[in-house]
Design a binder for this molecule. Sequence first.
Ligand code: 2P0
Length: 348
Amino acid sequence: MNIQTAADTVRHLLQAQNEAGHQPLAQNAIVYAPANIALCKYWGKRNLPLNLPQTSSLSISLAGHGTHARISIAEGAHALSINEVEIPADDPAAKRMFAFLDLFRACTGTYFTLKTISTVPVGAGLASSASAFASVVQALDTLFGWGLDFPAQSILARLGSGSASRSIDHGFLEWDRGQRDDGLDSYASYLPVEWPDFRIALVPISDQAKPIGSRDAMNRTVAESQLYQAWPNQVTRDLDLIRDAIEAKDILALGQAAECNAMAMHATMLASRPAILYWLPESVAALHRVWQLRADGIQVFATMDAGPNVKLIFEAKQQNAVEDAFDSIDVIDPFGYIEPDIGPLDDG
Ligand code: 2P0
């Protein structure tokens, strides 16, 4: 099968499903998927319809910060509620999600009612789309009993949003860019490392709307930034450093490589025409505070995504010092999370 579109991809991955795979096993399915933060960033696509990245990337999932999703069959039209608020069909978030659900409707012949509850804190600079798309794929897999493996789940989530490919599991995940034109080898895999002392913290800077969304920003960077040509080499180097540092549980090596990778990504944006700069003065102040802490002997490192907020990387033994230096940060223990038996969307 010649795969050129997202619809082709879904058809291919679900083709093994016979008629029984188009019948729901239950009234609804309820799942949870975590958000994630990239330590080695995804920035730029090589194929827009299939949402294939220029480079590989590597992330840490954010434990209890993510999306609870409940999906069921609907009559006549899709319906979406987010945090118990019905989203009108002409809302951009609904349009994007309904287009994604339509990819599956082409196979199942059914519309869906989707209810999501996001536990991603508002204003912390975390995209909830990654966990949302990943949770929808896992909810559909559960509803229809497809038994999709992790690569297939990751590929399907990728079609909704690139970073969603990395939200299919807890812990460290590496999204391999893949080599194939059809994207069937472009998916995320779990790195088998537990690092109980690893911490990531969210420093809220601003929850104002961004000047440009990440999708448009990365497309402009690829098209317009001369510095983007250096990005694949940067990622090749940083990925090896970060993977090795995770395996060795070496926070210094990890933090240095992750911080450098984030700064380099923002440098490629800054060299776009017109320039893209997500940073606010408070972002720069937070970075200076991180560097001052390091000068004082505290091993803490920064990363930033497509927004002004700063995220901190450190180990448990530095948590008190980091909390003393930053007001109202949200510290996440990625390996200390136990999913509750009953989530907010369960009937009881
Ligand atoms: C990342 N970001 O690796 C990078 C770092 C933002 C900065 O993935 O167009 O929402 O849906 O594939 O995944 C944000 O971009 O973009 C992102 P699409 P996505 O986390």
